[in-house]
Design a protein around this ligand. Structure first.
Ligand code: PEP
Length: 251
């Protein structure tokens, strides 16, 4: 179901103690507040079990930043979707551009990860987006379409309906360079049209599509005001309540 969502991606930041402190602070800041979006924090794996005991999932939901493309077994260092789910987490970021760029995650690998996440009742927050050279060559639509087609379009309409998408132009992540509200809207509308072409307008209209890339308190309102932007995936600004809360309150 289409929802407004603000999701924090902590990346590889915060010790367990710092992370539990931040989760407690965020929970306290949201207690008794009427917010108009779902709030999710996507933490490092080792924080999940502890933080799931701290948060009230009615106000703060929990996700991982990755899960394996294999069910279980001799894959040293990997963490399976079943393991993530067993901590109480409900979401998992998949296909983040940092995973694609630094850890060789291809559309084919991501297809397996999505399938296993869904089998374990995790909601994938599936990231797509072009690098700067692709945008400068005018290829952003094709790049994003191919990422969606190759990783997601084997899913049934029912399963696709469980996915959250995050459009993250790679040139805007952690760079302080945000896509303009018009660039975000243009791409989100294109993504929705692509989904409609495969699954029909009803499924496309029910899909939450988040924007990610240097979103902050100063630009969130304008970005979220777009008809096809249903919220944000937030990196740097999610690491402090002071910077994350105003983004949540932009709805
Ligand atoms: C991200 O990591 O998904 C992200 C959008 O990061 P930042 O907000 O720091 O650009």
């Amino acid at each position: 179901m289409r929802k407004n969502i603000v999701a924090g991606n902590w990346k590889m930041n915060k010790t367990l103690q710092e992370g539990t402190e931040l989760a407690k602070e965020l929970q306290a800041a949201l207690n008794g507040k009427a917010v108009k979006c779902d709030v999710i924090i996507c933490t490092p794996f080792i924080h999940l079990a502890s933080i799931s005991q701290i948060i009230d999932t009615k106000t703060v939901k929990l996700g991982a930043q990755n899960s394996a493309d294999k069910v279980s077994g001799a894959y040293t260092g990997e963490v399976s979707a079943a393991m993530v789910a067993s901590t109480g987490a409900q979401y998992v970021i998949l296909g983040h551009s940092e995973r694609r760029a630094y850890y060789g995650e291809t559309n084919a690998i991501l297809k397996e990860k999505v399938k296993l996440a869904l089998e374990n009742n995790l909601t994938p927050i599936f990231c797509i987006g072009e690098v700067l050279a692709e945008r400068e060559a005018g290829k952003q639509d094709q790049v994003v379409k191919t990422q969606i087609e190759e990783s997601l379009f084997d899913l049934s309409a029912e399963d696709f309906g469980k996915i959250v998408l995050a459009y993250e132009p790679v040139w805007a992540i952690g760079t302080g360079k945000t896509a303009t509200a018009a660039q975000a809207q243009e791409m989100h509308a294109f993504i929705r049209q692509t989904l409609a072409g495969k699954y029909g307008a009803a499924v496309a209209n029910e899909t939450s599509i988040l924007y990610g890339g240097s979103a902050n308190a100063g630009n969130a309102k304008e970005l979220f005001a777009n008809p096809d932007v249903d919220g944000g995936l937030i990196g740097g600004a999610a690491l402090k309540v002071d910077t994350f809360l105003p983004i949540i309150e932009a709805f």
